[in-house]
Design a protein around this ligand. Sequence first.
Ligand SMILES: Cc1ncc(COP(=O)(O)O)c(C=O)c1O
Length: 491
Amino acid sequence: MPKNSAFIDLITIALEPDSSVPLYQQLYETLREAILTGRLEAGLRLPPTRALAEELGVSRNTVVNAFEQLIAEGYIDSRVGAGSFVASDLPEEVLELRSKALDAAPSQRWDRSGILSQRGEIIASAPVRLGPSTPAAFQPGLPALDEFPFKIWEQLMDHHWRYLPPASFGYGAAVGYQPLREVIAAYLGAARGVRCEAEQIIMVAGTQQAINLAAYVLLDPGDKVWMEDPGYIDGRVALLGAGVTPVPIPVDAEGVSIDMGQQLCPDARLVYITPSYQYPLGIRMSLSRRLRLLEWANQANAWILEDDYDSEYRYAGRPLAALQGLDHAGRVIYIGTFSKVLFPALRMGYIVAPHDLVDAFTAALALVNRCLPILPQAVLTDFLAEGHFARHVRRMRTLYAERQALLVEMVQQELAGRLDIGPAEAGLHLLAHLIDYDDRLASTRLAENGIHAPSLASYAVRPQPHPGLVLGYAPSKNYKSAKALQPWRES
Ligand SMILES: Cc1ncc(COP(=O)(O)O)c(C=O)c1O
């Protein structure tokens, strides 16, 4: 189907009844110009003459005359019973004109030096990393999209589309749909040990937006932030884009090292952490480290940004409640997302803000979003409240545990001595260590075969002791053979 056929009715045709140029001539010239410039594409079906005449408030003859002239000159074809179409075989003159226009078009991106604000320059130069836009094999951070209960989602969508009162389709509250905030507060209290009221829940378009908002609300350009090294790159880039300086702090067996943080950056304003399942090392921050971090934040008057991105998936070991639940001083800003537990394209996440910050976050959100779409929020509310969410999580826990075990077994059997892997208690990815092979090179080679397995080095600022690959195991299409993970095949 021609690309712009859906917009044919919106092509502006402004006729001037008082002009000395006859109306049919004006219409002819407008349509001819639209065909010449490509606004009306070859093959596009034009509106019936009667409908167009009515819309323009002219006689049908005016339109018929204009069309006839266009037909005579080869710009449009008329097929009996089917209507009039922009000719697929355009006259030579048209093609020449078009190719001249294309030649004249600037072939390079324009020079933007001096046109952006300083803030714009910082944002434009942030090293944004776009992963594959369609899921790739072993891509970390993806759930099993084909296991999502889309049928239930569809039924809830249908229901809300029919029964939400018209008033719901105006501008909603910037903080999010109130029933959703309430059910999320209840869920977080029960499942994650987060201590909060619905008023503290601020709905956002995923973790990415939450980190951005936190940076804009809490930090000034040039402020320093402790960032886990290795750590979540998209979080780091969001901070860079806000003009903040992320300072890489090593992670040890208990989580981010506070001693190193104090040594490398004593004046940090914020620490960004993934304490439940450190990304990408998969370490669970120990209780004593959590308590020390809270103490440090209190003394240093700093904020803790807790990214609890996939804690629903714990397969073994004691579940450890969120760090936020231990915070008595209002220092923790907790972020959750539905990207891993439902699906990333939902773009739905939340911030749990300390009471004192709720107004500032709400204002920031109203500035960037105005409000989030009502329909997915209403659907999500029921999905959570009616138990579909809990059922889905339970089912996925079993499935992912099996898939993780299978990946470990396959790698251990098929790639022993080359790729070292072990089971993990949580998460949706494993870190596999390469033996005597550079991880960046391995990742590039695998990408050539459609496998998206980022290197450990790509998450780190400092060199890492062992090269590694980060492997997502939740999507089913990964599981044929571990042999696909051999980058050394062609070497
Ligand atoms: C550490 C971490 N946080 C958050 C997310 C999810 O981000 P979002 O909610 O923007 O989809 C991911 C996804 O890969 C992640 O790895």
